[in-house]
Ligand binder design. Structure first.
Ligand SMILES: Nc1ncnc2c1ncn2[C@@H]1O[C@H](COP(=O)(O)OP(=O)(O)OP(=O)(O)O)[C@@H](O)[C@H]1O
Ligand SMILES: [Mg+2]
Length: 269
């Protein structure tokens, strides 16, 4: 059975004068423990999908199910990680990590120990009393990862979590995140612009099209790549084959949407 299902989901953003059709008839499922990547051009609705799954915005049509229950009736624990780390500068690292449990009133010594353990696992032992300002971008994002994992969410939503980092840090973090998600068997949805990252990290890639956001194509990542850590997957011969296929599909979509735009403008005149 699927862990999460998006069933003919559509979304419009309304303002006083007009509206934007952000998503049109999106349907896909995510299995328990699966890692799905959403890949596509800017504005195709990737973040909107995550916001709907997170319950931050309400979709206009269709339904999201957790198991067989509509999302709004379920109590899905979600971990959300974004491009920006949103650490509070006036709080120490350990206090930043423990924000979630504090909101949930879980201040047990066990939770604190788990926080310290997780910080150690991401290579940040002995910085519990430091402040975010003294950390590099990569270290801050690792703290954000620990803060996301500490509440033990059922699903992780990752919205371009590595895109603000330098390439070397990004590659290292991809491996680290992949390792942790495997270890704790987390179900995850990753939003990215980066074809390589989608192939190296995920089990399945959903390629999206823009104007309005829709699903263009789905690619299964071969098992040989899925079993490798992202850094090694990038060096596997099958990586380049899939990269070329996704690249071609992306370019076809782009060409298609430009053609549509030309037709649209000629209709206007
Ligand atoms: N709060 C909002 N109000 C109105 N329109 C919005 C709002 N948020 C997003 N949109 C529009 O909805 C569409 C999808 O936006 P979304 O942010 O989901 O795209 P995205 O794929 O995440 O883009 P990017 O890759 O640039 O982050 C875009 O046309 C965007 O302008
Ligand atoms: Mg986005």
């Amino acid at each position: 059975m699927s862990f999460l299902t998006l069933d003919h989901l559509s979304h419009h953003y309304f303002s006083k004068k007009n509206y934007t059709k952000a998503l049109d008839d999106i349907s896909f499922s995510v299995k328990d423990g699966e890692f799905v990547a959403l890949l596509g051009p800017s504005g195709c609705g990737k973040s909107t999908i995550l916001s709907i799954i997170a319950g931050i915005i309400e979709h206009t049509a269709g339904e999201v199910y957790v198991g067989e229950q509509p999302l709004r009736k379920s109590e899905l624990d979600i971990g959300y990680m974004l491009q920006q780390d949103y650490l509070f500068p006036w709080k120490s690292i350990i206090d930043n990590v423990l924000i979630g449990p504090k909101i949930g009133r879980d201040q047990s010594s066990e939770t604190k120990k788990r926080a310290v353990d997780l910080l150690e696992q991401v290579g940040l032992a002995n910085i519990t009393d430091s402040y975010p300002d003294s950390l590099s971008g990569g270290m801050r994002q690792r703290v954000a990862l620990v803060r996301t994992l500490i509440t033990n969410p059922k699903i992780l939503l990752l919205d371009e979590p590595f895109s603000a980092l330098d390439y070397q840090t990004k590659l290292k973090l991809e491996d680290l995140v992949w390792d942790l998600l495997q270890k704790y068997n987390k179900t995850s949805v990753l939003v990215t612009h980066d074809i390589g990252e989608a192939i190296a990290m995920s089990d399945r890639i959903i390629l999206m099209d823009a104007n309005p956001g829709s699903i263009a194509k789905t690619f299964e990542v071969p098992l040989e790549l899925r079993n490798e850590k992202p850094f090694s997957a990038r060096r596997h011969p099958k990586y380049q084959i899939l990269f070329d296929k996704v690249w071609e599909a992306l370019n076809q979509n782009e060409a298609g949407s430009q053609q549509t735009k030309v037709v649209d403008s000629s209709n206007d005149t």
